[in-house]
Design a binder for this molecule. Structure first.
Ligand SMILES: NC(=O)C1=CN([C@@H]2O[C@H](COP(=O)(O)OP(=O)(O)OC[C@H]3O[C@@H](n4cnc5c(N)ncnc54)[C@H](O)[C@@H]3O)[C@@H](O)[C@H]2O)C=CC1
Length: 401
């Protein structure tokens, strides 16, 4: 169903659903660990803190990981004792309803997890509603900014998971095959429609030719086609307008001087029933410069930009020269450099010698315009609960009056 909902290959959709059930189990386990602090004060008095729910939380999701995003938001929300009203993207309405059915069958009381279908107007209605205590949003930066503005009217906390244009830095002392595999993982999952993708691949000049040769070879071997076939590794993009937009970025890249090393055009499957699908060949762009549109803007499609660099200092300055800050990665065998580089990266989710893994135990989220708040991990409890402090007097009241 998730493949049909979104167009991604079934192989990947199955992995998304695995992460989703792991998320629910993880937060179900954490629910029993919510606790406060005991603070001893002078004269025998003390204070304690309690974690309490916020109330009704709203989740607004994007179309790229429809079921998984709904779980990443609802599982911690319910574990903290909140209710959730969830609005999926109108492009992917189906599987969130199945999630509601699964919760109901598992015994979640009626009304605790609710799905409301709709677009902008429905989203705005939910954000403005006085009974809503918190909004958790995944989507684009412009919409995230509007959500924050609406939330500010009601002084409501928000979690924002927004877009990115993340750097992947490949030093010449890396394990080349792993770096090549990492670059593919950083760019071509879910047809490249992934917010944390490492789409700016900086490669140290010494290994540039070898790296590009290997990346292109492996990219050309990616099996595109029917999302419901087990061996398909790239399915269809989400919609006709988005498909045209992604191809438009490639066209503009060529006009600005980039070279299409492979892909860059639609793919027409031989199966006649798929011929109107939004299939695109995964694309590697060479000869890229930092000021090109394909290097600066989030494309949200299967398009990797490769950029040469010479020194660590230079690449860090270029990697951080963006208003986004969702993720970043480094491939090197030099352990001190690896940690030095990730410490300097202005990004919330960093990888050393791998890319795009998201185990549920590990917090995920952005810096800068990629948003704030975190999903996954223990820390997310703090974003779906509020802290009450209770002062307990053990003596007499000392009255100043
Ligand atoms: N960070 C991420 O995970 C994602 C980023 N994006 C980025 O966003 C671009 C556009 O994708 P869209 O799905 O159109 O993103 P979007 O940000 O327009 O929509 C995301 C969700 O917000 C809702 N929404 C839209 N306007 C709203 C408003 N004013 N008030 C309340 N809710 C509202 C939508 O119905 C949808 O459920 C993509 O091309 C990509 O660059 C898209 C999907 C995921």
């Amino acid at each position: 169903m998730e493949s049909i909902n979104n167009g991604k290959p079934i192989f990947e959709a199955m992995l998304d659903i695995d992460i989703a059930w792991q998320c629910i189990e993880y937060y179900a386990g954490l629910a029993g660990t919510l606790s406060g602090q005991h603070i001893q004060l002078s004269g025998g008095s003390f204070a304690y803190t309690r974690r309490e729910p916020l109330g009704v939380c709203v989740g607004i999701g994007a179309w790229n990981y429809p079921f998984q995003i709904a779980c990443w938001k609802s599982a911690p929300a319910l574990a903290c004792g909140n209710a959730m009203i969830y609005k999926p993207s109108p492009l992917t309405p189906v599987t969130t309803v199945m999630l509601a059915e699964i919760y109901a069958q598992a015994g979640v009381p009626e009304g605790l997890f609710n799905v409301v279908q709709g677009g902008v107007a429905t989203g705005e209605f939910l954000c403005h509603h006085p009974d809503v205590a918190k909004i958790s949003f995944t989507g684009s930066v412009p919409t995230g900014s509007k959500i924050m503005e609406m939330a500010s009217k009601g002084i409501k906390p928000v979690t924002l998971e927004l877009g990115g244009k993340s750097p992947l830095i490949v030093f010449s002392d890396c394990d080349l095959q792993n770096a090549v595999k990492g670059a593919l993982m950083a760019n071509f999952l879910s047809q490249g429609e992934v917010c944390c993708n490492g789409t700016r691949v900086f490669v140290q000049r010494h290994i540039l030719d070898k790296f590009v040769q290997e990346v292109v070879k492996r990219t050309q071997a990616i099996k595109i086609g029917d999302p419901l076939k087990e061996d398909t590794r790239m399915g269809a993009l989400i919609s006709r307008p988005h498909f045209n937009r992604v191809l438009g970025f490639v066209k503009q890249a060529k006009e600005e001087g980039a070279t299409v090393l492979c892909g860059g055009e639609p793919y027409v499957p031989s199966d006649p029933k798929l011929k109107d699908g939004y299939y695109m060949r995964p694309t590697v762009l060479g000869n890229c410069k930092d000021e090109m549109t394909c290097v600066k803007e989030e494309i949200f499609g299967p398009v990797m930009s490769v950029l040469p660099f010479d020194t660590e200092e230079e690449v860090l300055q270029r990697a951080n020269n963006t208003s986004f800050g969702l993720a970043g990665g480094v491939f090197t065998r030099d352990i001190t450099r690896a940690h030095r580089v990730v410490a300097a990266l202005q990004a919330g989710s960093c990888y050393i010698n791998n890319y795009n893994l998201s185990p549920i135990e590990v917090p995920f989220g952005g810096y800068k315009k990629s948003g704030f708040g975190r999903e996954n991990g223990q820390v997310t409890i703090e974003y779906y609960s509020q802290l009450k402090t209770v002062y307990v007097e053990m003596g007499d009241v000392e009255c100043t009056f």
